[in-house]
Structures are given as C-alpha cells and as structure tokens.
Design a protein. Sequence first.
Length: 320
Amino acid sequence: LVAAPLVMIVTEAIGMTWAARSPIRPIFRFSGVGHIAGFGGVMTVTQLFWFVQSQADVMIAGRVLDAHMLGVYTTGLFLAQLLASKFVPPINEVAYAAYSRQQVDGQNGAGAAALLATIRLVMLVALPAYAGMAVVAPVLVPVLLGDQWVEIVPLLPILSAAMAMMTLQILFAPATNARGVPGMALKIAMLGSVVMPCAFLIGSQWGVIGFAWGWVGGMGVLTAATVRFSGGLLGLRIGGLMRAIAPPLAAALAMAAGVAGLMALLPPDLMPLLALMLAVPLGVMLYGAALHLIAPSRLAEALHFVRHRGDVEPAPATTA
C-alpha cells in the first residue's frame, strides 16, 4: 500500500523530467527552503480547516438523523456538489498558475481583473447548471438514481443555491495564494470551520431540510466574508463582481422560469427520461437566447476562450 503510490510518484517524476528534456540532478539539501515549507504548512492547515467546514454536516447529521434519512441527505449533497467538486478544482489549478505568472511578471494590479475573468467564465456555466438542476429535480433524480431516491427532490433546489455560492467562494483562494498571502485563505477556512458547523447545528432542529438550509445560510455568510476580505486584498470592487455575475444569473433565472413552465404543462404520467429530454434542450436554448439578449459579449468571450484553449486576456472589470 505504501510502495505502490511511491513507485507511481517516482515513475511520474522520471517521465515528466524526460518529457521536459530537463535532466535536473536531484539535490537533497534543505537550506533555503524555509519559505516553501512555511507556505506548504499554511496550505496544509487550510485544508484541515476546510475538511472540518465541509464535513461538519455529516458528523452532526449522523447523530440526529436515522440511517435512511442520512443516506438521502448525503446522496442529495453528493449530486448537488458534483459541479463544485469536479469542475472547479481543475480550473483553480490552472488559474493559480496564471495568477502566479502575473505575480512573477510584476502585474500586481491585474489580480482583480484576472479573478473577474475566471468568475465570468465559471459562473457562465455554473449558474445555469444549478438553476437547471433545481428545476428539473423531480425528473432528474428518478433518471439518475431511481424512484427510491425521490426524497432527494426537495433538497436539490435548496442545495443548488448553496452550491452556487460555494462555487463562487472557492474561486478566491488561488488568487490570494498566488499573491503570496496564503494566510488569507487560512483565515477564511478558519471562519468557515466555525460558521458552517453552527449553521448545521441550528438547521438540525428541522431535520434533513434544515441541513440543506444550513448550507445556504452558512455559505452565504462565508461567501460574503470571502468577497469582503479576499476581494479587498486583491483590489476587487463589489460593482465589478456584480457586473460579472448579474448577466448569467439573470439568464439562468429566465431559463429556469421557462423550464418550470414546461414542467408544469407536461402530463404527470410522462416518463421522467422523456421529460428530461424535453427540458434540457429547452433550457439550453432559453439560456443561450437570454444571455445573447442581456450580454452578448459574454458569449463572445466564452467562444474566444474555447477557440484559443484558454489563451485569453482578461476583459476589463467593467464589461457587462
């Protein structure tokens, strides 16, 4: 169990060195690496507090919910967190490298603009995804998980709102870390390790729905604190952040309203898969049309990003 990952890491290191054509001889002297060790130590402690904040709900729910409802809650949470846990982390890794490159090049003032560019592109996808999940939950759950999990349906709209805030909140840490201030992410994680458990303790009085609302309340406080402190460090203006989020949010809400109207018109006995096959294309078309009317520049920016494989200059923060 220990040898297998060690062999994998050594093999990967040799392969990367060979592919980069940079045969650097390893040196096992630790002089001058104190700042690196300090940075890594802060990042490790940050992850510890993040673990507390993100797992506190399950620890508390395990004491107040029965096995069945705990399974319903954790399965619904897993479904709601798919985008934030699988889609955003790879983007953050790439964004961290880009932010660090700007820092090395002396572009300290570009941090806010680069972060806003990341927020615009991520929320362009995340907001309609969460809005769509909330609206089509009655047919999405039976299709993905089966009819035995229909108790998840009322949780998804609430958790989708919380995960939309979490998606925004976790975009800030790479920018502040690249700025050379990992302590800011640590402070936010420490705050989250207090706020989120308190929110879940309060919500636990109302059962599984209370835990979902605990996510909304706790993440709302944590996101506001992140914008205030991390955004302030980067020179991010609230107006610029609102202009980055408002167009996809408005388009996503318009799309959700249209899809909800369709869902209300469909026959109750229609197969969930057929209903989902009707709702998803309609949602895509409505979102695209609404975004084109509200902020056509966002679609152009996204297409430019895709065509150039991410080699795109951040648009000004004032762009709608």
